[in-house]
Ligand binder design. Structure first.
Ligand code: ADP
Ligand code: MG
Length: 349
């Protein structure tokens, strides 16, 4: 049997923003939230997705679990094209894919005890009363919560307790896949570490595959097997976690890493500040979306063509002309301490 869980081909999600104020009637603004993404995810894998806010991480995840309908492309789950799954199998799929969101308070109805909410979920998935009590009891043990918590309403519980309960709720139907969309971003740093350990146990003890979405590279470093770096709707780099952190090749990944002070101690980080802010992905790309902020972009190339996502070493994929061995462009650059530099240029210039 194949070890591939998801096979994503040419996935795009375009939002129609209508025409802008005062714009002609026929001038529609199309936002390419996800544009031509290609990747696979293996069974049992924890795959991280990082990138600044607005880069399309959530939209991509929502397409995978069926909360958004792709505009183009295909998503194959366990060998089945999600767009072609018959109605009667969709319920089974809804059990198999679960979601843990950023804000746990909104996941529970404050007019019920969390025990009532969890038992409703169990009943929805067809568990009997006894099965439901057993399952919830076991899962509370897994997330290190006392069963007394079931009597409480969500408004008296802490963010950490609620996120543990959101994990319990996601695990009730015994899923194979969890979309975790910024699940620790709203929590205190000390609580974040505890919840991350739970996600690690999910993989080790239960073999659950997780797509772990985060804007924080540090969070994914210890948890994920592989990481996708997204910029304005596209994959700019994808690699096993150690390759990505030890040998980042895309200027954007290098920027994200260099902005973590402990990553390159002694480095002149200023030299790698991006110009301007993340823009929006309105209109189809005809260039490298990062070129206007990139400190090493090449005029006439990076602003003119879409870089292909190429496998530069086993499992390490990069979409940047500097890493494209078929071209000579990279020859006038060198990697110094993991950062691209123009040859012959003064540090800080
Ligand atoms: P991220 O999770 O990386 O912050 P999102 O996937 O939430 O990014 O958003 C990507 C882009 O798509 C953003 O510009 C966002 O404003 C836009 N977007 C997301 N959902 C919608 C929607 N339903 N309608 C219009 N635009 C949307
Ligand atoms: Mg998001």
């Amino acid at each position: 049997m194949s070890d591939i869980l998801f096979d994503v081909r040419h996935l795009s999600k375009v939002f129609d923003l209508g025409r802008g104020v005062g714009a002609p009637r026929d001038q529609k603004r199309l936002l390419y939230a996800v544009e031509d993404m290609n990747f696979t995810m293996k069974k049992g894998e924890t795959l991280g997705v990082v990138g600044e806010s607005g880069s399309g991480k959530s939209t991509m995840g929502r397409c995978l679990v069926g909360l958004e309908k792709p505009t183009q492309g295909s998503i194959t789950y366990r060998g089945q094209d999600l767009a072609k799954i018959p109605k009667q199998q969709q319920q089974k799929l809804r059990k198999d894919m679960q979601i843990v969101f950023q804000n746990p308070i909104s996941s529970f109805n404050p007019s019920k005890t969390v025990g009532e909410s969890l038992r409703e979920v169990a009943a929805f998935h067809g568990l009997s009363k006894t099965q439901s009590n057993d399952r919830i009891g076991n899962l509370l043990g897994f997330v290190h919560l006392d069963s007394e918590v079931l009597q409480a309403r969500s408004n008296v519980l802490s963010g950490g307790q609620l996120q543990r309960l959101a994990i319990v709720r996601a695990l009730i139907p015994n899923p194979s896949f969890i979309l975790a969309d910024e699940p620790v971003s709203a929590l205190d740093v000390s609580v974040q570490a505890q919840i991350l350990r739970l996600f690690d146990n999910l993989k080790r003890e239960l073999g659950v595959s997780t797509l772990f979405v985060s804007h924080d590279l540090t969070v994914v470093e210890h948890l994920c097997d592989r990481v996708i770096v997204m910029y304005l709707g596209s994959i700019v780099e994808m690699a096993p976690v150690r390759k990505l952190f030890d040998h980042p090749l895309h200027p954007y990944t290098q920027l994200l890493l260099a902005s973590r002070p402990r990553e390159f101690p002694g480095q002149v980080v200023q030299r790698f500040e991006p110009k301007g802010e993340i823009t929006s992905a309105i209109g189809r790309a005809h260039d490298c979306r990062f070129h206007s902020r990139c400190p090493v972009s090449v005029n006439g190339v990076c602003d003119q063509e879409i870089p292909s996502l190429l496998e530069v070493s086993p499992g390490h994929w990069v979409a940047c002309v500097l890493s494209d061995k078929r071209r000579d462009i990279g020859k006038s650059f060198r990697l110094t301490h993991g950062i691209w530099e123009r040859k012959g240029m003064q540090v800080g210039a």
